[in-house]
Design a protein around this ligand. Structure first.
Ligand SMILES: [Zn+2]
Length: 400
């Protein structure tokens, strides 16, 4: 006989399994037992129930995964268990994607938008893109359980506000979470874009399966997402990882943050372009650093190596604090090129503690411009922790 107590136990155990799957996308039965504290036999029985109800599938893991040789069987939530929305606000674009809870992207679109200038316009673009992407992916609004969103500024997670008055000033003080929830009609969790890049690369990119990661985004600014022991480090004000504003040149060039000589003023894409203009008179528009580098321009190679060294000096301090296994280089692809990596390697090995285990691996980001939005999707799935899944089995059909 199924008592009320066994029913409750069954529900809470099932919830733990669903939460673990939402957190990591795909998990082996053995890892589910570790994550949930349930026995292997209980996990197998509950997974069978969820599979029968069409909420999970069991299949060999993705061949792109980190494990070589025989691919272990992994459990994944199906489309029937719901879907999530991801939004990435860049300085000049809005990107939106929809995925299932296992992280499979079902549709994505982006549009140019002057995000820096005004929040209401950017919200409107996000809402329209969300409608288009959901329709194209065949996902009803009711199936979208939550949204994750990223912005190029620190975010105070407790209040959902932008945590700096000088970065993204037109959005400053706005309660972004509430505004987005009203625009999109679903629960929203907001985070910094570099944090989402770290989550994205850890979920499906260059840091897949790694628990200690520094993700560096170098583009018009410089920021980092820090993952330690499998968890994102946000800090007390949401500004952990703002390495672009570490002062590296005493009394250097004024920075948009109000400081002077920040890393961003010497090693970001605009800074390198400015140095090239000053030294050679050559003015490179937009994303042409990589093209100039590929064209074999030795002056560009030299400036990018110098940028790599500057990044390396700040990152070697970060390595002493966090001891990452991998540093992922995202953002402008010119900053994941060999000259930058060479400069970075040089500084990291110069400041490395002798005999301190394996060297940190340097890896170009694998998800390109999609990294942030993939991280936003993972953030949304994780935000469902403790919430019952859609189509949660209403009764127990197995014997106690
Ligand atoms: Zn600064």
């Amino acid at each position: 006989m199924v008592t009320k107590r066994t029913h409750r136990l069954h529900r809470s155990s099932t919830q733990r399994i669903v939460d673990a799957l939402r957190a990591d996308g795909e998990v082996t039965r053995a890892d589910l037992a570790v994550h949930t504290g349930l026995s292997r036999a209980t996990v197998s029985a509950l997974v069978r129930d969820l599979e029968r109800d069409g909420l999970v599938t069991v299949a060999a893991s993705d061949p792109a995964g980190r494990r070589a040789g025989r691919r272990p069987e992994v459990v994944r939530l199906t489309r029937r268990a719901g879907a999530v929305l991801g939004v990435d606000f860049g300085h000049e674009h809005v990107r939106v994607a929809v995925s299932d809870l296992a992280g499979h992207v079902l549709g994505a679109r982006s549009a140019r938008a002057d995000v820096d200038r005004g929040m209401p316009d950017a919200m409107g673009v996000a809402r329209r893109l969300a409608e288009i992407v959901a329709e194209e992916a065949g996902v009803d609004h009711a199936e979208l359980l939550a949204c994750g969103a990223g912005v190029p500024a620190p975010v105070d997670r407790a209040s959902g506000r932008i945590g700096s008055t000088s970065l993204l000033p037109s959005w400053s003080g706005t309660t972004l979470t509430a505004a987005l929830e009203e625009a999109l009609g679903m629960p929203v969790t907001v985070d910094n874009d570099a944090n989402l890049g770290a989550l994205g690369e850890q979920a499906a990119g260059a840091a897949r399966g790694v628990d200690d990661v520094i993700y560096v985004k170098v583009s018009s600014g410089i920021g980092a997402g820090l993952i330690s022991g499998g968890r994102l480090i946000r800090g007390s004000n949401g500004i952990a990882g703002e390495i672009g504003h570490v002062a590296v040149v005493p009394n250097g060039v004024p920075c948009r943050c109000g400081g002077r000589g920040c890393l961003e003023t010497i090693a970001s894409a605009p800074a390198v372009r400015r140095q090239l203009l000053q030294t050679t008179g050559q003015d490179l528009p937009g994303d042409d650093l990589l093209r100039a580098l590929t064209g074999g321009d030795p002056r560009v190679t030299r400036l990018l190596t110098d940028a790599g060294r500057s990044l390396g000096r700040v990152l070697s301090t970060a390595c002493h604090l966090l001891d990452p296994a991998v540093i992922v280089l995202g953002g402008d692809p010119a900053f994941a090129s060999e000259p930058v990596l060479a400069g970075l390697r040089e500084e990291l090995s110069r400041h490395r503690l002798p005999g301190a285990g394996a060297e940190v691996r340097l890896a170009p980001a694998q998800l390109g411009h999609q990294g942030q939005v993939v991280g936003a999707l993972r953030l949304a799935a994780r935000s469902l922790d403790g919430r019952a899944p859609l189509n949660f089995p209403p009764t127990i059909s197995t014997a106690p």
